[in-house]
Design a protein around this ligand. Sequence first.
Ligand code: FAD
Length: 273
Amino acid sequence: MKPADFCYHRPREVDEAVQLLHELDDAKVMAGGQSLLPIMNMRLAEPAHVVDITAVAALRACDTDSSCARYGATTTHMMFEDELVPDVTDGLLGRAAAGIGYRAIRTRGTVGGSLAHSDSSAEWPTVLSALDAVVHVVSVRGARRIPVRELLLGFFSTALEPDELIVAVDVPRLGPDTRCGLYKLARKPGEFAESLAVALARPAGTELWLGAARATPTRLIHAESLLTGGGLPELPDLADAVLADTGVGGHPGQLHAVAVHRALRATEGTPDA
Ligand SMILES: Cc1cc2nc3c(=O)[nH]c(=O)nc-3n(C[C@H](O)[C@H](O)[C@H](O)COP(=O)(O)OP(=O)(O)OC[C@H]3O[C@@H](n4cnc5c(N)ncnc54)[C@H](O)[C@@H]3O)c2cc1C
């Protein structure tokens, strides 16, 4: 199917994009179009105006300081995967990006678009929640910062107002004593996750996050409590903890337990398989 008719706008500056979003009735931001265009093709969305932000150079800038990296909203998955931007997480961002869809999707899809789309099976919502990243948002009313954990409200639902634009995401720099584990379970490469687990092991304790279980990424407090004795928990115990944390049991719960177990093993440098 083809999308319904719409007016196409291609601003060059952030201010221009924000003004368009303010003035136009029924406008949608388009970044890589990798989620928006399929939805428009299926006529699940029929915006009157599409504001393509890919010509706004400022939205692709990257900057680092001693505490974090700021990635422009239209930084593509491929730019992380190919290390065209610095990775302040010892490779976690690059590994996450490399697991997203197919290469063609990664060359166009963006970190800001993925967060604004808010699909908990997608890589960036869970990974950037685990890293406690913060998005910068602008509108004609000014700028505000929103932690990713507060941005994501549910499936395809965020704290963004319709005329707000994500301009960048700040990712805190991980210390040298933090070890990261990421595990994506999908039916085959190129598909969204059936389970997506992130483990961040620090001297003070290990933090566990899970995507694709609930409408938003979930911190696994019960599973974390199994880690205090040292050594990896048994899978049945992890499955019970995942059930307590997410309400997901049975076969899907067991898949999540396996993903969490493998993410934990990855923090120890143990092969995933
Ligand atoms: C076949 C297929 C497989 C895929 N597999 C995966 C996968 O395994 N893992 C995964 O994580 N993703 C996957 N994706 C999704 C892909 O990662 C998209 O890149 C991602 O959803 C974001 O798309 P985009 O950047 O192109 O944003 P768009 O499609 O352009 O926009 C998505 C939404 O975000 C809004 N938006 C975009 N940018 C901004 C902004 N800066 N400010 C405010 N709102 C904004 C748009 O209005 C729209 O509502 C897949 C997609 C396809 C088609």
